[in-house]
Design a protein around this ligand. Structure first.
Ligand SMILES: *[C@@H]1O[C@H](CO)[C@@H](O)[C@H](O)[C@H]1NC(C)=O
Length: 415
């Protein structure tokens, strides 16, 4: 028994993975390790070190916070290069949108060593982009983008991100068996195979271009009944002169023209005649296009592989600032990342929720007091956001400002 425990300990020690990069933003030292982009033509905002308005531990919970509204943010750091060959890759960090974000990114980008930090911008090639993105009620998702053969490939699944004001932990795990997991707050929210969930490769099978539906293939389930014929008395006019109408007394044929009764719908009108439908005796079911192996397809057993990882950066647009990033961890050990989440993120989250609730309670009391002492004529004037004053790109204009997801259609009244 003791021997077994010893072996376990040994295994645990040897298996304990490597931490490639870790940043807890504990003090001001980040300022010398991170570099702001000076890419021309954009107005970049500054990050400041802060635990925010509510926290568990004012020191430990410090992270870097976006501090100016309607700005781009571009900040990056470098570390010794590594490859995830034959090993898991774990990217983890926390995001707190304590400002109640309306539109802004909360993701990181992972680069190889070629990144020119002072010129980092939206088009700088990256290896992976991962994390939450919110813009209006229509975009609330977790991006997982891999660059592959010069293209940035978005995940084919929809992963919803958190949109409250608290700190949340985002974890991406990419494994050498070409599978992945996405965790939020240490819980798996998505997982699967890289090949299935991104368009890394062309499809394995395609429709056989040689195959054609035979011209005599019957795919109509029912046909007109050949026995059925149109009744002789079927055809009636759609409208008839109103039999009850009479010529008005003061009608003057000379002046008003010849009187004609108004037309009304014909109660005997039956519409277009259609023969009865019967089952098609030759029905064969829908024709299914046969598939063949796609000659363009060739598998890639190393979809997961990033040959060189060397840098991590924030390249964001934020309308309302105030987002705090913290506890960045890049490792090959998912268990270690999970443990950090439990030890660092969980108490932070629990503590800040308590503090925020206490603050809200205070506020509520204060407002009640004020309401009592003053007349309650002047109402809330909090909503003075001018959201779309500055837009990152042209096509943000179609983001709905209110209302539900894009599934909701407007119903223009029919009459
Ligand atoms: C603008 O920024 C928002 C927030 O990150 C993002 O969702 C949106 O896709 C961006 N639009 C363009 C055109 O880049």
């Amino acid at each position: 028994m003791r021997f077994y425990a010893y072996i376990c300990l040994l295994v645990a020690l040897t298996v304990r993975g490597e931490v490639y990069y870790e940043e807890k933003f504990g003090d001001d030292s980040w300022e010398s390790n991170w570099i702001y982009s000076e890419h021309p033509g954009k107005e970049f905002g500054k990050f400041v070190l802060s635990a925010g308005k509510f926290y568990n531990d004012v020191e430990k919970d410090k992270g870097i916070q976006t501090s100016q509204d309607a700005r781009f943010y571009a900040l990056s750091t470098k570390f010794p290069p590594f490859s995830n060959k034959d090993k898991p890759l774990v990217v983890q960090f926390s995001v707190k949108h304590e400002q109640n974000i309306d539109c802004g990114g909360g993701y990181v980008k992972i680069f190889d060593c070629k990144l020119e930090q002072k010129d980092m911008h939206g088009e700088s090639p990256y290896e992976i982009m991962f994390g939450p993105d919110i813009c209006g009620p229509g975009t609330k998702k977790v991006h997982v983008i891999f660059s592959y053969k010069g293209k940035n490939l978005l995940i084919n699944k929809d992963i919803r991100c958190k949109d409250d004001v608290y700190t949340h932990l985002y974890t991406l795990i990419v494994k050498p068996d070409n599978t992945y997991e996405v965790l939020i707050d240490n819980e798996k929210v998505e997982s699967g195979e890289l090949e299935a969930d991104w368009n890394f490769l062309p499809p394995k099978k395609i429709k056989d271009p040689e195959a054609k539906k035979p011209s005599d293939w019957e795919d109509r389930a029912t046909i007109d009944d050949p026995e059925d014929t149109k009744p002789e008395d079927w055809d009636k006019p759609e409208h008839i002169p109103d039999p009850d109408a009479t010529k008005p007394e003061d009608w003057d044929d000379e002046m008003d023209g010849e009187w004609e009764p108004p037309m009304i719908d014909n109660p005997d009108y039956k519409g277009e005649w259609k023969p009865k439908q019967i089952d098609n005796p030759n029905y064969k079911g829908p024709w299914i296009h046969p598939e063949i192996d796609n000659p363009e397809y060739s598998s890639d057993p190393e979809l997961y592989l990033r040959k060189e990882i060397c840098s991590l950066g924030f390249d964001l647009w934020q309308v309302k600032s105030g987002t705090i990033f913290d506890n960045i961890l890049i490792t090959d050990d998912p268990d270690h990342a999970k443990q950090v989440g439990e030890e660092v993120w969980r108490p932070q989250h629990e503590g800040e929720v308590k503090m925020k609730e206490a603050q809200d309670e205070e506020e509520r009391k204060k407002r009640d007091e004020e309401a009592k002492s003053t007349s309650k004529d002047d109402d809330d004037d909090e909503d003075d956001e001018d959201e779309d004053e500055d837009i990152n790109e042209t096509d943000t204009a179609d983001v709905p400002e209110t209302g539900e997801e894009e599934t909701e259609n407007f119903n223009f009244g029919k009459d």
